[in-house]
Design a protein around this ligand. Sequence first.
Ligand code: FAD
Length: 420
Amino acid sequence: MTSKADFLRRKTRRPSDTNVLEMQKFELVIVGGGLTTARAIKEYRATGGGGRIALLTRERTLPYHRPPLSKRYLRGESTAEQTLVEPQEFYDEHEVELLLGNEVTAVDTRREAVSMSDGARLGYRKLLLATGAIPRSLDVAGADLPGVFALRSLENATAIRESAAQTRDAVVVGSGFIGMEVAASLTELGLDVSLVSRDTDLFAQLRSPEISEHLVKLYRERGVEIIRGDQVAAFRGRSRLDTVELHTGRELGAGLAVVGVGVQPAVSFLEGSGIATDDGILVDERFRTNLPNVYAAGDVARFYDPLFGRSRRIEHWSNANYQGAEVGKVLAGADGGYDTVSTFFTESFGLTLKVFGDVSQHDDRVARGSFAHGDAIVFYFERGRLVGTLHTGQTDETEAELKRLIGTRARAESFAVQHQ
Ligand SMILES: Cc1cc2nc3c(=O)[nH]c(=O)nc-3n(C[C@H](O)[C@H](O)[C@H](O)COP(=O)(O)OP(=O)(O)OC[C@H]3O[C@@H](n4cnc5c(N)ncnc54)[C@H](O)[C@@H]3O)c2cc1C
């Protein structure tokens, strides 16, 4: 263990310590210690929320930002301390009982209590579920070989960083934002990187051939081998990974593989609780589940977005940042709820891409500008109304205007973008 890890752990309680708290009732129990939680605590206290707060989370670290894990932290350009959302003093000042290193295994909504892996129980008056998401794994031979990694936690990022220092070849699986960012960072660390994508388009979920073509060119120029339309058949190696075998029969030498094939909401501990789930915990626009006094927000929540009139689940930083603050207000009994245009950013090889709104159900698209020239906007429409944008290189004023247009579901003909 490094001294930095010790720094992050210094307020960790062992699960056995929690026995003394057994069935004590807290005003607010929060399960999960990510960005959503840190923001919820801040806003809960700021809007007058009182009583005892318990923060229960599996990881032994204070809540931290995950975006650096595939970027600056992975490249060794920032430290673990710099990823923290708030320092230790914040939790002391906000009177939060930190129960780090504790897995919640069940929620008993009838008795208003949560159970932990060591059998200890805590009572709540209000419960916030902010357990985020967990990476999907590949169901292929060798997926658990040393040298094959997922990336969700600081611990994962540290292990990948250490492994990268000892190898020359890496394979990154998946061309969503984690795969793209990790491929870029490992290349910048000097590794020979192959990116394997099942899809023909990179960032396929954006359904933009313009950005896919640009990324293929950019990554190739930087030395990344892009392999599209192929999949991993097996990870091979005697005691640790040395080869990645693809469906086409191709074999790639690799001392390190990172699998970035999406995440799923962390809800398994809710089985039998009566809390409704469907690809996430179902909540309304005020983050209320189907049961009284139980709330959910962040990556784990499938919330009702009044702008689009449908339920969505968003796995991005800005959403956790926003929903955490809003649910904090709601928990304190103040006004609050989901009322924004969602945004998302990703960065690789110096290119920052932003997505505003919901591009998942569009039926028309118009692209303007050039990603190669660092100035482009793709407009996404659903039944003639603007529902989202993908863009790079725009000023704050333009971005504010894009949000306004999406927020009013502007008609294509009402603003400057016309079809060619
Ligand atoms: C490597 C990486 C890079 C990213 N980069 C970007 C980016 O560039 N842009 C962007 O918009 N988004 C990015 N994201 C996504 C963003 O970080 C997430 O949307 C955000 O972390 C969600 O916060 P959260 O608090 O909802 O959940 P999380 O951060 O996942 O926190 C949930 C916590 O709950 C704990 N937990 C889960 N189950 C239990 C249980 N049963 N008992 C106790 N504890 C439990 C988990 O261990 C975890 O600590 C990135 C994510 C990763 C992993």
